[in-house]
Design a protein. Structure first.
Length: 254
């Protein structure tokens, strides 16, 4: 019984060590259970790979005879590589368990469809402005992505584009929340679309195209006019509070 308790205690210490690394070393807030999950996977790999490497070392006596002390250095480098591989795999497991929206997103997919970015920006604006008038707890990028089920990279790019355009700013050091920087009563919804369409990272940059045929210019003007006529003077406030205006916390209801 003591032997079994010792084995489980040893495994628990290994899991706790990896969980501690994943929870406190990254420069971001890592939740408890994702850190434990990543630590458990890393600990299991540590035990299995450690047993396999120990068996390899025991059976490599002939290499020690041939290469002498140099064999020890080679074995140490191999073990160091395996240890960091275990640490990185466990950290990836911890990351994806906390951020499942990143699963399936290609690392090289740095550009998204303009319609997707416009929708993400409008969704973010809707929630941020409504929360602003209701005096709520605020919206972070993580909360926006989780509750709207929009992939985190897409939502992050959209909100960062709006921030770069001067429409929103972050407040707070830990878990920064987004707030409007311009009066929503006078800021048109078209400003959101223009910020996305003219951003070089998400849409098309504002590059002058010389010698544009008149029919092309006519189509572009019709598109812009249709957007202007359809949206009119719709402000961000009217857009965000169109369905059910929230009651501000500072408003006294008799």
């Amino acid at each position: 019984a003591l032997e079994q308790v010792g084995r489980f205690t040893s495994l628990a210490i290994i899991i706790g060590t990896f969980a501690f690394i994943y929870a406190f070393l990254p420069n971001t807030k890592v939740h408890f259970w994702p850190a434990i999950f990543g630590g458990t996977i890393a600990a299991a790999m540590w035990v299995v790979i450690g047993w396999g490497f120990a068996s390899f070392v025991v059976g490599s006596a002939k290499y020690t005879v041939i290469y002498s002390a140099f064999a020890t250095l080679v074995l140490f480098m191999i073990w160091l590589y395996l240890v960091w591989l275990i640490v990185l795999i466990g950290s990836s497991v911890s990351f994806y368990s906390q951020n499942p929206h990143y699963i399936g997103i290609r690392r090289d997919a740095v550009r998204y469809a303009i319609t997707l970015m416009e929708k993400a920006a409008l969704v973010a604006t809707y929630h941020i402005v409504r929360d602003w008038y209701a005096g709520g707890s605020g919206w972070t990028v993580e909360r926006l992505a989780e509750e709207t089920e929009i992939p985190t990279p897409v939502m992050t790019r959209a909100v960062e584009t709006l921030e770069k355009a001067g429409l929103f700013a972050t407040a707070g050091d830990e878990n920064p929340q987004y707030v409007p920087t311009l009066p929503p009563e006078t800021t048109p919804v078209r400003a959101i679309l223009n910020a996305i369409r003219t951003d070089e990272g998400t849409g098309h940059p504002t590059i002058a195209v010389p010698d544009t045929p008149p029919p092309v210019e006519a189509i572009v003007e019709r598109i812009e006019k249709a957007v202007a006529d359809e949206l009119g003077g719709l402000s961000i406030k009217d857009f965000a509070l169109a369905d059910a205006p929230p009651t501000p916390l500072h408003q006294v209801v008799p």
